[in-house]
Design a protein around this ligand. Sequence first.
Ligand code: MLT
Ligand code: MN
Ligand code: ZN
Length: 304
Amino acid sequence: MYVFVLGSAAGGGFPQWNCHCQNCSNVRTGHPGYRPRTQSSIAISEDGMHWLLVNASPDIRQQLATLPHGPTQSVRQSPVQAVLLSDAQMDHVTGLVMLREGYPMDLFCTPSVQQELSQHFPLLPVLSHWNDGLLHQPLPEHHNGSFQVSFLPELAFSVIPLRSNAPPYSPRRDAPQAGDNIGLMVRDRKTGTSLFYAPGLGELTPELLAVMAQADCLLVDGTFWSEDEMRLVGLSHKQARDLGHLPLEGKDGMIELLAGFPAARKIFIHINNTNPILNEYSVEYQQVRQAGIEVAWDGMEIRL
Ligand code: MLT
Ligand code: MN
Ligand code: ZN
């Protein structure tokens, strides 16, 4: 299986257009140790040419220009064959608007996400006016619910329900339910290797830990370094966990958690522009690397 990181930043990207925090200022002026990052999205493929887009970020147009694709056979051809959404957050769904010229297209998401995108942020009914728009392929909402993607016959997918948060526009904000956030387990039947992908992890359950223990590659939530990072930068009083993300540092943080798993590759993704690991010369970045964890970057390719 091929995994291509299209966007490794959290919502807002890096730099964020209106942000003048130290990180954003430094990356904007080309300071050594910082690289720009677009918003959260990956793509998965068997052949490195036909891709399942996992989350559609507002930066999709720029991102797709970097995605490997095979020889073109017709005037209009997309390397993206279908889209899967892990939630209905803005940074993961607004790119669906930019893909409209390629519709109809299959959209894998839970009934909860489909409902949000039909009622509270009605992208799906709006986009149905472009060649029937997105064709909903419902994902199971229960633990380990398996499904197939027809053009990826060698890959076995399963849904891992996660506790993170519902989008700010949702009536379920701060009271998320099953189906609002999912992680993905993808196992390659040919190679026997597996990927676990979860850009938003707010809480650990025994079921989730059991799945993470089986993965060869953990591509997981690296949003915030500390619980009160947004407050320290003077941006918000919300804690990382309130926003649906476990911090990286400290007791019960992601770094400590990942140390307990046998995965050959452990990678942080969905990194917020306030996070000190975006500076490759920081002690925080060094701490992550010394723990055997990689920090995803746009264009990173993972072969499993
Ligand atoms: C999140 O991951 O918490 C959200 O996507 C934040 C946002 O609204 O950009
Ligand atoms: Mn996000
Ligand atoms: Zn910033």
